[in-house]
Design a protein around this ligand. Structure first.
Ligand code: SF4
Length: 606
């Protein structure tokens, strides 16, 4: 009996048109837990690091965690892993909503998509039975159109993950969308799906998995909901969603503005959580079994986009499509967010790449001839439009193509556009961006919680950062601990926001009651560390080393011009000092930045 898991995967070979179920090796469950952990193990074993991300030998791996679809608070998540077309290394996106639980109810813990179909297809999975069906009528449709058509075609209730024109056209930061507005957003997993001509996965069914000790599991799940109910953070999330942090980040001088030329946005009151509530909010939206509902169900009420509705913008999207582009018109930002969701592209990379183009135009690197007569200006709300092929590549490749110093304005790490927290105003964030396994990312370590918004993470023993303006080598251990713990969250299927509110012991109890294990907190953390090292090893084989753990030149050379962090950069010496300390805590080789033999042996990776 395999508690917590459905116990099987669906392997889909699009080149051969074959679908087949297979068992998950039992010993992998405890070592890699599930979700992104298990998916990364499959990637490591089956996808050579020199694989063309948009070629048939790449594999697109959907995986739920053992808590996905249980009654535990906010355990709705699933992960998608493949080699990334945006970064050329390990790619990973994670989403909530209800697709993860639906995949399990359809009979499978995960799906591995391999090969390539000549014609558009979608995968239908229903109560353990799976088949590929033609999707010619869906190709070219937006995400909501695709979902609506598939729901009309279905005989009962279905839950769908699909791509829009972004994925079909191989935009390197294309997303996979579920529940229309929830995104497997980062690293271009939608482009991998598009390269395989797979338009959607449609799930239905009521299959169940066993919980080892259902009574105790329910009691702990209930206790967690009671604990959450007492938390102030829950109140903030419910009231403002993730936009509750806008004012705090701006007040610290780390709110990226005009493509990171500034860290303070004068018009913050036009775009903060309060403004969003007043202008566009209709309702909070919750993922499966989440008592928080941090999602924003919104509608544009006036102006030229009046009547459009959907979800978002979340904090990151509001900044990248807003202040980063110099835009303070919340209707325009919200509309841009809807378009990203409909076309299936990542809002962070899209906004950041547009902001990059605006600055290149401003500096004369990009000209009117190159934009087919389009004038690109910071602050122009109509700029939320398709800027063409150049931007589909993301800021790194676009900068390489443009040359003339454009790299200075491309705000990415390892090719992935940075999130909306300027590390010049919180040095340790800079370290977390360069060590994140999927490229410049905030939720790998989530160090922005303790630095920018005064929110410690209870899931690690100590996440305190004394003075974010100061780079303290001792505090790099917080990044290590958070990366490990939150990697375990992506594996079990839990929402990382819960890591702020609940200690690791709460999750270990849940896992043990769900799976019948006797895991302790240190084994839980070590599983996260094992996955983290496995992925670093994959990236190493794909050509990464210490020299690639580097920030965009602007953050190291251009001082912030205003706000509390005025005059600050993260100079190279400071970054290298933090990397030394971090590698030491990780027991990675100081010269190469790669896991030491001893560490790999300790984690059973050699
Ligand atoms: S806290 Fe927000 S993102 Fe997390 S599960 Fe709940 S609604 Fe989804």
């Amino acid at each position: 009996m395999s508690f917590g898991f459905m116990g099987k995967l669906l392997r889909v070979d699009l080149s051969k048109g074959i679908v087949a179920a297979e068992e998950i090796p039992e010993q992998w469950k405890r070592l890699y837990l599930g979700g992104a952990g298990l998916a990364s193990k499959y990637l490591f074993d089956e996808v050579p690091p020199d694989t063309d991300p948009l070629g048939p030998t790449n594999k697109l791996i959907f995986m739920t965690g053992p808590l996905t679809g249980t009654a535990s608070a906010s355990a709705s998540r699933y992960s998608v892993v493949a080699k990334s077309p945006l970064t050329g290394i390990w790619g990973h996106g994670n989403s909530g909503g209800s697709f993860g639980p639906a995949l399990k109810r359809a009979g499978y813990d995960g799906v591995i998509i391999q090969g390539h179909s000549d014609k558009p297809v979608y995968l239908n999975i229903s109560s353990g039975y799976a088949e590929l069906r033609p999707a010619d009528n869906l190709w070219g449709k937006t995400v909501p159109e695709t979902e609506d058509l598939l729901k009309k075609q279905a005989s009962g209730k279905v839950t769908i993950a699909s791509i829009g024109p972004g994925g079909e056209n191989l935009v390197r930061y294309a997303a996979i969308m579920n529940n229309k507005d929830r995104a497997v957003g980062r690293t271009g997993m939608g482009a991998v799906m598009g390269s395989k001509k797979l338009k959607a996965i449609v799930c239905s069914g009521k299959d169940k998995f066993e919980i080892a000790d259902p009574n105790n599991f329910k009691a702990i799940a209930k206790r967690q909901i009671d604990l959450l109910d007492e938390s102030m953070l829950k109140v903030g999330f419910e009231a403002f969603g993730t936009n509750m942090v806008s004012d705090m980040v701006n007040a610290r001088g780390g709110y990226p503005t005009l493509n990171w030329q500034k860290g303070v946005f004068e018009d913050i009151e036009e775009v903060n959580g309060m403004a969003l509530n007043e202008k566009v909010l209709e309702r909070g939206v919750a993922c499966f079994a989440c008592p928080i509902a941090c999602g924003r169900g919104t509608k544009i009420k006036d102006g030229k986009w009046a009547g459009h509705e959907g979800e978002g913008p979340e904090y990151e999207s509001a900044n990248m499509l807003g202040a980063s582009c110099g835009i303070s018109d919340l209707n325009a930002i919200t509309m841009a967010n809807y378009l990203c969701n409909e076309y299936g592209i990542d809002t962070i990379s899209a906004g950041s790449t547009i902001a990059f183009a605006l600055e290149c135009y401003d500096k004369g690197i990009l000209t009117k001839e190159m934009t087919e007569g389009l004038e690109l200006k910071f602050g122009d709300p109509d700029i939320v439009i398709d800027l063409g092929d150049l931007l589909a590549e993301g800021s790194r490749i676009a900068a390489q193509k443009l040359g003339k110093g454009a790299e200075h304005f491309a705000m990415n790490v390892k090719g992935m556009e940075l999130p909306a927290y300027d590390p010049r105003a919180a040095k340790i964030c800079g370290l977390a961006y360069v060590t994140a396994n999927r490229g410049g990312d905030h939720i790998t370590a989530f160090i922005e919680g303790p630095t920018f918004v005064d929110s410690p993470f209870l899931v690690v023993d100590d996440s305190k950062i004394n003075d974010p303006f100061v780079a303290d080598p001792k505090e790099t251990k917080v990044v290590v601990d958070l990366e490990n713990a939150l990697t375990a969250f992506d594996a079990i299927g839990a929402c990382k926001f819960m890591g702020m509110l609940l200690p690791a012991s709460e999750y270990v109890e849940l896992i043990n009651y769900a799976l019948g294990w006797d895991m302790d907190v240190s084994e839980f953390r070590q599983a996260g560390e094992r996955i983290y090292n496995l992925v670093r090893l994959y990236n190493q084989k794909a050509g990464m080393n210490r020299s690639h753990d580097i920030l965009p030149p602007r953050l190291m050379k251009d001082p912030l011009p205003d706000g509390p962090a005025e005059g600050m950069v993260i100079d190279e010496e400071t970054l290298e000092m933090m990397k030394d300390a971090y590698y030491e805590f990780r027991n990675w080789d100081m010269a190469t930045g790669n896991p030491s033999k001893q560490k790999l042996e300790e984690l059973g990776l050699q």
